[in-house]
Design a protein around this ligand. Structure first.
Ligand SMILES: [Zn+2]
Length: 390
């Protein structure tokens, strides 16, 4: 199976089957053709895959209501189908005990996908929260990490290198250089042993550019919303679907050639907005931010990201900083329990509530307390801002 996958990967741009032989077509060409292919994928899956057809039909029937926090708009959505994701066990033992649902050989027989950048597959999400909700996993089973270090590098080599070395991916030119530096003499044949490590932001930016004016790209940190922390993946949803992205940022706290970092307006969340005119400028701002995050001991597990590309504003990356995954009320029992497991979509303004009792009692005050609890403490956030200004 692994050998077969390796051969198929080299033929990116042609048919890319999973074990059942039904994933198809790589993408080359203009953004228009990508939009057409995405439309075709969506139509095919909502027509011929019963689970997707039902998921999309159910989305149209969901109860929703507007709530506000300090005049900041949020939406609440009662989405019973999300109970599996909201209650998913993401501890190491539970993850190790289940088959990975993002690996190609475990996908449903009806599922089809589009290959992008030679290393990601766009899949429709049969349990959507937004219209045109996609999942974009790496074609390889590698951890949900954006920033790498020597320790991670070793772990990934151990995980991927032995059984799967012909398929291990690089992550753009910048990351290839990082890989070479970090692997050094240990890696005698770097073309055969590339490790996905370092700046996956670059991949995210390229995907956002492919979907310019069409879709935003989402990322959940491994301990803050990712239901498959063992398999690297993005999500995507329509531009305009998330309330946070329609709010105005404050004046820049940093301005550089080609980019800036801003705070968002009064928020119950800790959010920075990186704006950049090019992918290299975005990566430069991201490097600056990650240095600050290391100093305040916040890892890439503890964030949610949304990246948008438009012709007018180029790249906009919202960085939502987290202190923890689930609020205390998630773990209470009986009437005391409020079952909400915030990921990137919740933090961006859509409170996803699988249980009717939680949907009926959600208020702006409850949501504000919940957002504050899972966000970065104010003192840490201020320390980060001071570090960035230096
Ligand atoms: Zn996997």
């Amino acid at each position: 199976m692994d050998e077969d996958r390796g051969k198929k990967k080299k033929n990116s741009g042609k048919e890319l089957p999973n074990s059942r032989g039904n994933l198809e077509t790589g993408i080359k060409g203009s953004r228009n053709s990508i939009k057409e292919l995405m439309d075709a994928l969506w139509r095919e899956q909502t027509t011929n895959w019963p689970l997707m057809k039902k998921g999309y039909a159910d989305l149209q029937q969901l109860l929703t209501k507007d709530i506000s926090v300090n005049h900041i708009p949020f939406k609440a959505q009662h989405n019973p189908a999300r109970i599996v994701s909201s209650t998913a066990k993401t501890d190491r033992e539970s993850i190790a005990a289940r088959p990975c649902f993002l690996c190609r050989h475990n996908l449903p027989a009806e599922q089809k996908g589009l290959l992008l950048l030679g290393r990601y597959i766009v899949l429709t999400n049969p349990f959507p929260i937004v219209e045109r909700h996609f999942v974009i996993p790496s074609i390889d089973h590698i951890p949900q990490r954006l920033m790498g270090d020597e320790k991670d590098n070793g772990a990934k080599r151990e995980q991927n290198g032995g059984q799967n070395s012909s398929q291990i991916l690089n992550c753009g030119k910048q990351s290839r250089r990082q890989n070479s530096r970090q692997n050094g003499e240990e890696n005698e044949n770097e073309n055969d042993h590339q490790i996905l490590i370092g700046n996956s932001i670059e991949d995210m930016a390229r995907l956002a550019e492919l979907f310019s004016e069409l879709l935003d790209i989402y990322f959940n940190g491994a301990t803050c919303g990712a239901s498959a922390p063992d398999h690297f993946h993005f999500q995507a949803g329509p531009q305009g679907a998330l309330p946070l992205m329609e709010q105005h940022p404050k004046a820049p706290i940093i301005e550089r050639d080609g980019g800036s970092i801003r705070l968002m307006e009064e928020q119950p969340r800790t959010i920075l907005l990186l704006q950049a005119n090019s992918i290299s400028a975005l990566c430069s701002l991201w490097s600056l931010l990650t240095e600050g995050l290391k100093e305040i001991e916040v890892s890439d597990d503890q964030l949610n990201l949304v990246l948008r590309h438009t012709e007018a504003k180029k790249w906009q990356l919202w960085v939502i900083l987290r202190s923890k995954h689930r609020p205390e009320c998630y773990f209470r029992e009986g009437d005391e329990q409020f079952l909400c497991s915030p990921g990137v979509i919740d933090m961006s303004g859509i409170a996803v509530l699988p249980r009717p009792e939680d949907y009926s009692r959600i208020t702006g005050t409850i949501w504000m307390q919940l957002m504050e609890e899972v966000s970065l403490p104010a003192d840490k956030f201020h320390r980060l801002i001071e570090l960035l200004k230096r």
